[in-house]
Design a protein around this ligand. Structure first.
Ligand SMILES: Nc1ncnc2c1ncn2[C@@H]1O[C@H](COP(=O)(O)OP(=O)(O)OP(=O)(O)O)[C@@H](O)[C@H]1O
Length: 259
């Protein structure tokens, strides 16, 4: 059975149908890539799933519970996580303290966090860091880490909430190819080990084809194709959008696989 079921989801801004009646499913243990040219509706879709935007129509159901109409915080509590960049204010904290802060937040002990982060559930935080290969660097300040390692820590912070579904918006943006592959291989490992589902946008087609179990393709708010990477690559509509005349997206100045 699907973990996430999206049906006839729609959102308009003024006269623009940003998302125009899309439907898709996502199972536990699956990595689903959401791709499409600039302005296709990817961010709008993401923000409806995490509750930052309210859908005009349709349904988003997680494990049978309707998410539309719920606040972002409630949706997060139900198990929809997302990766956040480590805020500048937390850069001076150590790696493990950043994960401890996330555990405090998960446990709703947010008000005491400044005082208590250093003591709070340290062993659990270390276990999360171990899962992302960052145990050896647990006591270093985040500000000293290489970019790829910061991304690993961000992933472990997202894991602190034990998400059933993790949303990743351009997870490998700004990374070199080797770092990109390492991060996605790690994500895939977490998906398999934890039975977590991941929905991600990505502009690097290499990453998408190498790591996505399935893909959905949006263009002008509509879902134009869904399937396994190889099926998508050969799909006529996708070919037209990305490689063809470019008629549909000429004006948007589409980059290949623009996320
Ligand atoms: N807050 C908003 N107000 C008005 N129009 C918006 C708003 N958010 C998005 N849109 C419009 O909705 C459409 C879809 O935008 P969206 O950001 O979801 O696309 P995207 O696929 O994420 O694009 P990109 O790859 O450029 O980030 C675009 O035409 C955009 O201009």
């Amino acid at each position: 059975m699907s973990l996430l079921t999206v049906k006839d989801l729609g959102k308009s801004f003024g006269g623009v149908k940003a998302v125009d009646g899309i439907s898709f499913e996502l199972a536990a243990g699956e990595l689903l890539a959401l791709i499409g040219p600039n302005g296709a509706g990817k961010s709008t879709t993401f923000n409806m799933v995490n509750g930052q935007l309210k859908a005009d129509r349709g349904s988003i159901s997680l494990d049978g519970q309707e998410l539309i109409g719920q606040k972002p915080r409630s949706i997060w509590r139900l198990g929809v996580g997302r990766t956040f960049q480590i805020a500048e204010t937390f850069q001076s904290l150590s790696v493990v303290e950043n994960v401890q802060m996330a555990l405090l937040s998960h446990d709703q002990k947010i008000y005491a966090m400044w005082r208590r982060a250093a003591d709070y559930r340290r062993q659990d935080a270390l276990a999360l860091l171990d899962q992302v290969g960052m145990l050896a660097q647990a006591d270093r300040p985040c500000s000293e880490l290489a970019y790829g390692d910061v991304k690993r820590v961000e992933l472990s912070i997202a894991m602190a909430n034990s998400p059933k579904l993790l949303l990743m918006d351009e997870p490998t943006a700004g990374m070199a190819p080797r770092e990109r592959n390492a991060l996605m291989a790690l994500t895939k490992k977490l998906v398999t080990e934890r039975g977590m589902a991941v929905l991600f946008t990505e502009h690097s087609m290499d990453v998408v084809f190498a790591y996505a179990d399935r893909m959905i393709v949006l263009a002008r708010g509509r879902l134009i194709a869904a399937g396994k990477p190889l099926e998508i690559r050969d799909h006529p509509k996708v070919q037209e959008v990305y490689f063809g005349s470019g008629k549909t997206f000429e004006k948007a100045g589409t980059k290949l696989g623009g996320a």
